[in-house]
Structure formats: structure tokens, C-alpha cells
Design a protein around this ligand. Structure first.
Ligand SMILES: NC(=O)c1ccc[n+]([C@@H]2O[C@H](COP(=O)([O-])OP(=O)(O)OC[C@H]3O[C@@H](n4cnc5c(N)ncnc54)[C@H](O)[C@@H]3O)[C@@H](O)[C@H]2O)c1
Length: 338
């Protein structure tokens, strides 16, 4: 395999920072360049452990600006792009959808178009990282797989769906070397405190109410970010160009059950009577267009590339809770950015 000169867009965000750490340990990787605008969701603190690594470089740049993308990428000679930069929070896409279109759709176009031009003589691979939310919502049964028709139902998922179509169109029209993944809900350290698991932990720590949408029955399929990162690297290295791979954790939980588990674990860790923190739960008006259930059938990546999640849900969740309890300064710093 060629030496990899890797670009990770969105590498200062939650999943990106974990991906960067793993890539830097990979002997087939020569360099890892993070390209990130450092929006409210990205922070160099997420990369503090690797900032002095000899193979690491950071470029602050905005994928919405094609001139900036061209200027920054033309001298880097990257031959692998993991594209993760995105506006990623569904609630924000409801209150302010414009940025989702600009970053997720236009930004993806800018990267595809720039790499297409730069890769005339480079044997590159471009992995577009997407979400299961593009498939819409499931009822009580069934799973999404790679053949499920698209049915995005929030401005976030619609913008990701749109970028997926663009990415695939570049493969079919220009034979541009694209791979696409759809993953379920990730959790783990360094996830922005606006997301369900870190938010629940922070609220419990502060003794504040824990908002749960509707009656808490919405179901998500949770995956520990380490398992997602491993799948992304496998798809980049061994996936068939033009193909799509769905990645799921196989851990379906109703939101209320998940919040209850977090409450009980924190009670145990802080020597409180189990049940104490559950009293903080407050049911709030449901999210507009809230999808009922997501679940992923990961058979394709499992059969073709030999991937399977290695984490067990309970221990990964407990590790995550412990990390947040130990890193409240990080949480406060990120929250202070707004
Ligand atoms: N978190 C999940 O559960 C999940 C699940 C499936 C897929 N995904 C996808 O994975 C990717 C990463 O998700 P995440 O949870 O790490 O997101 P995140 O919000 O934590 O990080 C996004 C990163 O992108 C950067 N960014 C945003 N706009 C930018 C712009 N215009 N130019 C350059 N950088 C910009 C931010 O600064 C941040 O560092 C996203 O594409 C998301 O759609 C996430």
C-alpha cells in the first residue's frame, strides 16, 4: 500500500480527534493533517495529546470557502481524505438550518471538487463519513441497511443525505475514488456536552434537571467511538471504491433507559442511593420531527471487511461516564464557548 498522507476534515471534533489519535499510531501513515474551522463544536483541546506528534499537522480552515480549501490543500499532497467536518447537531439544524446546508452540502462539494482536480495524478481515496439518519425513522422492528431508500426528516439528515448523493455522483460521473459510510449514534470521551450522554452527565453533576424529549421512548443504536474509528480505517484501507458501508453498534436503547443507566451509575460512583439522580429527569416537549427508532444492520461490513464492534455497551458507557467525571474542566471550557 502507498504511504498514506492523510487529511482529516473535522479532526478537532468528537469522532475526528479519536480517529487522528489512531491514525498517528499506524505505521502505514506518513502524516495526518487536520483541517478544521474550529467552530463551537471543534477545539484544539481535543487534540492536545497529539499536538507535538512529528506526523501531526493542524490547519485552521473552513470547508465552506473553496478558494481557501484549494489554497490549503494544493501543497499538502494528501492521498487519503477522511471527511468528517460537518454541522452535526439535529437540534441546531432545526433552529438554524442555513449553516447545515453551507457546511454539509456546499463544504462537501468544495472538498470533492478540489480533490478531484488535485488527484489527476494521485491515487487517492476519499471517505465521506455519513449518518444512519439519512434513512429516516424505523418502527418497532427492522433495521436500516445499504439498500434502504433515503428518507431524511431533519435539516441535518437532509443536508447529510444531499452530501452523500454528491459524493456518489462524483464516483459515477468522474470515477472519483469515493467511499461512503453511515454510522449510528456514537458515544465516548470528547463528545460535545450538548449531546445526550454528556449532557445527562453534566446535568447530574450540577444537580440540574435532565431534559428528556417526549416520553423518552425514542430508540437509538449506540456505538462506542473506538469501534466506529476502527470501521472507518478498515473501509478506507480495504473498502471497494464507490461502495457504501453501514456501521452499527448493535446496542439499541430507548433514550429514557439510557438516561436511567447513567443516573444509576453516577449514583453508585458517588455513594448515593440508586434512584437519587433519576429524580432530576424532566420530560420536555418532543423535538420537532423526532425520528422514533434507528437501528443498523452491519452485515455487509462484517462479511466483506471482517469488522465487528469490540466494545461491550455497559463497560464502554461506564468508561465514558468516568471520563466525563474526571474531565469536568474540559466540559466547562467547551460549554463556555457557547
Ligand atoms: N456523532 C455521531 O453520533 C455521528 C454518527 C454518524 C455520523 N456522524 C458524522 O461524523 C462526522 C463527525 O461527527 P462528530 O460527532 O465528530 O461532529 P462534531 O460536531 O463533534 O465535530 C465536527 C467538526 O467539524 C468542524 N467543522 C464544522 N464546520 C466546519 C467547516 N465549515 N469547515 C471546517 N470544519 C468544520 C468542527 O469545528 C468540528 O471540529 C459528521 O460528519 C457527522 O455527520 C456522527
Amino acid at each position: 500500500m502507498d504511504a498514506q498522507r492523510v487529511l482529516v476534515t473535522g479532526g478537532a471534533g468528537f469522532i475526528g480527534c479519536h480517529l487522528v489519535r489512531v491514525l498517528l499510531e499506524d505505521e502505514s501513515v506518513d502524516s495526518v493533517i487536520v483541517y478544521d474551522a474550529l467552530t463551537y463544536a471543534g477545539d484544539l483541546a481535543n487534540l492536545s495529546e497529539v499536538k507535538d506528534h512529528p506526523k501531526f499537522k493542524f490547519i485552521q480552515g473552513d470547508i465552506r470557502d473553496i478558494a481557501q480549501v484549494e489554497e490549503n490543500l494544493s501543497s499538502q499532497q494528501c492521498n487519503r481524505v477522511y471527511h468528517l467536518a460537518a454541522e452535526s447537531h439535529v437540534d441546531r439544524s432545526i433552529t438554524g438550518p442555513a449553516e447545515f446546508i453551507e457546511t454539509n452540502v456546499l463544504g462537501t462539494f468544495n472538498l470533492l471538487e478540489t480533490c478531484r482536480k488535485l488527484w489527476a495524478d494521485i491515487d487517492g481515496r476519499f471517505l465521506h463519513v455519513s449518518t444512519d439518519e439519512v434513512y429516516g425513522a424505523l418502527g418497532e422492528t427492522g433495521c436500516f441497511d445499504e439498500k434502504t431508500p433515503y428518507d431524511p426528516r431533519s435539516p441535518y439528515s437532509a443536508s447529510k443525505a444531499s452530501s452523500d448523493h454528491l459524493a456518489r455522483s462524483y464516483f459515477h460521473t468522474f470515477q472519483f475514488p469515493v467511499l461512503v459510510t453511515h454510522c449510528s449514534n456514537n458515544f465516548g470521551p470528547y463528545q460535545h456536552p450538548e449531546k445526550l450522554i454528556p449532557k445527562t452527565i453534566s446535568r447530574i453533576m450540577a444537580g440540574e434537571t435532565i431534559p428528556v424529549y417526549g416520553d423518552g421512548s425514542n430508540v437509538r443504536d449506540w456505538i462506542y467511538m473506538e469501534d466506529h474509528v476502527e470501521a472507518l480505517i478498515l473501509v478506507m484501507d480495504q473498502g471497494k471504491l464507490g461502495e457504501t458501508y453501514d456501521i452499527g453498534g448493535g446496542n439499541e436503547e430507548a433514550n429514557l433507559n439510557l438516561v436511567n443507566c447513567i443516573c444509576d451509575e453516577i449514583d453508585r460512583l458517588s455513594d448515593k442511593e440508586v434512584g437519587h439522580s433519576r429524580e432530576l429527569i424532566e420530560f420536555v416537549t418532543d423535538r420537532l420531527g423526532h425520528d422514533f427508532r434507528y437501528a443498523i444492520d452491519s452485515q455487509k461490513i462484517s462479511k466483506e471487511l471482517g469488522w465487528a464492534p469490540q466494545s461491550t455497551f455497559e463497560s464502554a458507557l461506564n468508561n465514558t461516564i468516568q471520563w466525563y467525571l474526571n474531565n469536568q474542566d474540559w466540559v466547562k471550557e467547551i460549554e463556555a464557548k457557547g
